[in-house]
Design a protein around this ligand. Sequence first.
Ligand code: ZN
Length: 194
Amino acid sequence: MVGSGTIKTLAALVGAMAIGTAVLIAMETAPARPVVSIPRLTQDQDTGIDFALISNTRVPLMYPKWRNIVIHDVGRDGANATKGCHFVIGRLDNPNDGSIRPTSLWADQQDGDHIYMPGFSYNENSVGICLMSDSSRAAPSGSQMKALVRLVRTLQDSCQIPRDHVYLHADLGEDGCPGHFFPKDDFREELPAR
Ligand SMILES: [Zn+2]
């Protein structure tokens, strides 16, 4: 006859082992960084370039003004970053939202207010794009990344911006913007060198 105390002890042991195993499996299989799949936008079929994304301005688009593109997110910079950028992508409460929203700075083709580097004037000639995600906690969603690639490609094509003028804020001195879950290499691969 097995006492109920023994059964409880056994049940507790089995439960603890199951939890331990689950933790081990999770630790073993968890990738160093979450994989974000950016749907491949092939050059010849769907180039991803859509001029309508950037053409709705209140003044004529000043193509030669824009020499660089700088990517941010709201993790390090905070929600106020959106005000200083020219485009905002997605929504914090909905990872499926891949909307691209120009701000009034873009509508009026005005300097940005998103990057500070002593001795440089990036705000005058750099399109600021802010992802509504915190990449220090998790990678941006596939919808956001696809929208980002589409927008950056369109800007590159329209304003003749080479890939090596597409920066993350972190490339220009602001460590952690966007955070380390941002799929930097996959993103670069999607951009034409020009
Ligand atoms: Zn930033």
